[in-house]
Design a protein around this ligand. Structure first.
Ligand code: CU
Length: 488
């Protein structure tokens, strides 16, 4: 459909070549060009060919106004077929950017136009919904409100990534080849089926306790943190050997917009001696909560406000790799401040992520009170021997429009899974049997054996992916779809 639209527009344009002239001839308002290209990035002193996703001036990503139109011309200047997903926005499903759902990949050297309401402000991002995400085909997508722009604070966007000199196909082959040294073992089939039976019989959230799910089952080994040992961990494309240094004013106010664009790495954000105030998760406001350490799993975003002390100084904002000593980050520094070198390897391993912060989060604007019209149970399972992951659901995820839907998700594996629902924002309403009016967000992490309950309203008809944001879990099966009955 888009290809056809594009050809029609092209035929009516006075100038068909070159592309830039054509863009100027396009009817008002002109779309913003977003260019998929290749670029050379130097990592650890070695050159790597990676993707870029930038405007015509080479600035990565997009910054848009809340309430405006997302009016973007996606231009694929590479020779590879690809497509971009707008993570955090709620477009019509045809424009969501998951290949063949339903729009096809964008062939090399072609372009496609997108137009839909941007929606409210928030820290979002965009990325290929393919293995190309590993090759840095990802960028920030920041939506600012008038209040954001009027506020006396400096915005600092940080996109985290994990980087390998190997191709994503090689990395995936390595995982499937069983040579990755995993300690975690899957639950056996019988145990899993009996758990599913329990789930089917359960129509309400348990009132308290762990429903027997709080501890790993006998015979299961300890949790499994990282699937891949990467060559580097990047913050805005750089390592701590040559970090980005952002100039700030003495005693200034900073709003960090942090995006975990890594494909298979969770981090803890460490704001050091400055206590931060977490004001939004996945681009949506929460009741602010203060800390200096904030977990962030793949696909998630954190907006953290920092009030810097008076006087000059430098303030690293670090991302500590989960359960390992590698770290990355940027440096905030006042003019003339001494900047100390920070090693890419810390003396201690980064924290193992848990649900402590998620349990504390409270939505600024919770969903309207309503009991669910549809409720679905699902189990997140994996088989490490074959490196196959899946989402097993109690029934097909088929819903009607304008209903309240509840997902009860249980992680029956020994790895964490950041679960992302496209096209909607859900509210976290239960964690390990405890009800709460938690964050409204689009990606929630389930630690090993955890149960998380989310509610959302079916306002956006389509066929929508629900998947783990660990790229290799998704690529090996941890993805399903929720479909609107008769509405698409
Ligand atoms: Cu996963």
């Amino acid at each position: 459909m888009y290809r056809r639209q594009f050809l029609k527009t092209l035929a009516s344009a006075a100038v068909v070549s070159p592309v830039l002239n054509f863009t100027r001839a396009y009817a008002n308002p002109a779309p913003t060009d977003l260019v998929i290209g290749r670029r050379i990035l130097e990592v650890n002193g070695r050159a790597a060919s990676v993707f870029g996703l930038a405007d015509r001036n080479g600035n990565p990503g997009l910054a848009l106004d809340a309430g405006a139109d997302f009016n973007v011309r996606l231009i694929n200047e590479t020779s590879e077929d690809t497509l971009i997903h707008w993570h955090g926005l709620t477009p019509p499903w045809q424009m969501d950017g998951v290949p063949d759902n339903p729009a096809a990949l964008l062939p090399g050297k072609e372009m496609r136009d997108y137009q839909f309401p941007v929606g409210p402000g928030g820290t979002h991002w965009m990325h290929a919904h393919t293995l190309q995400e590993q090759s840095l085909l990802a960028a920030p997508l920041i939506v600012r409100t008038a209040e954001d722009r009027a506020r006396d604070e400096q915005e600092v966007v940080i996109l985290l990534h994990d980087f390998s000199f190997k191709s994503p196909e090689e990395l995936l082959d390595g995982l499937k080849g069983g040579g990755s040294g995993h300690g975690g073992m899957p639950m056996d089939h019988q145990a899993m089926m009996s758990m599913m039976t329990n789930m089917h019989g359960q129509h309400q959230m348990p009132k308290n306790g762990t429903s027997g799910m709080g501890m790993p089952m006998m015979g299961m080994s300890t949790m499994d943190l990282n699937d891949i040992e990467y060559d580097a961990y990047l913050a805005n494309d750089r390592t701590l050997d040559d970090p980005e240094v952002v100039r700030i004013e003495n005693g200034g106010r900073v709003r960090l917009r942090i995006i975990n664009g890594a494909t298979a790495t969770a981090f803890t954000i460490d704001t050091g001696r400055v206590v931060g105030s977490l004001i939004a998760v996945d681009g949506i406001d929460i009741e602010p909560t203060s800390a200096s350490h904030f977990p962030i799993s793949m696909g998630q975003r954190l907006d953290i406000r920092l009030e810097l002390p008076p006087g000059s100084g430098s303030y690293p904002v670090l991302a500590l790799r989960e359960g390992a000593r590698e770290q990355t980050g940027i440096i905030l520094a006042t003019k003339g401040a001494t900047i100390k070198k920070i090693d890419s390897t810390a003396s201690e391993a980064g924290p193992v992520l848990d649900l402590g912060l998620e349990q504390q989060l409270r939505a600024s604007a919770p969903l309207a009170a309503r009991s669910p019209d549809h409720q679905f149970m699902m189990a997140l399972t994996g088989d490490m021997a074959t490196y196959t992951w899946s989402i097993e659901t109690s029934e097909p995820l088929s819903v009607a429009k304008d209903r309240r839907v509840r997902f009860i998700m249980r992680n029956m594996s020994m790895m964490s899974h950041p679960m992302h629902l496209h096209g909607h924002h859900f509210q976290v309403v239960g964690i390990n049997g405890q009800a709460l009016s938690g964050a409204v967000r689009d990606t929630v992490m389930l630690t090993p054996m955890a149960e998380i309950v989310v509610d959302f309203d079916t306002r956006n008809p389509g066929r929508w992916p629900l998947h783990c944001h660990h790229l290799y879990h998704m690529a090996t099966g941890m993805m399903t779809f929720i479909t609107y009955d008769g509405a698409i």
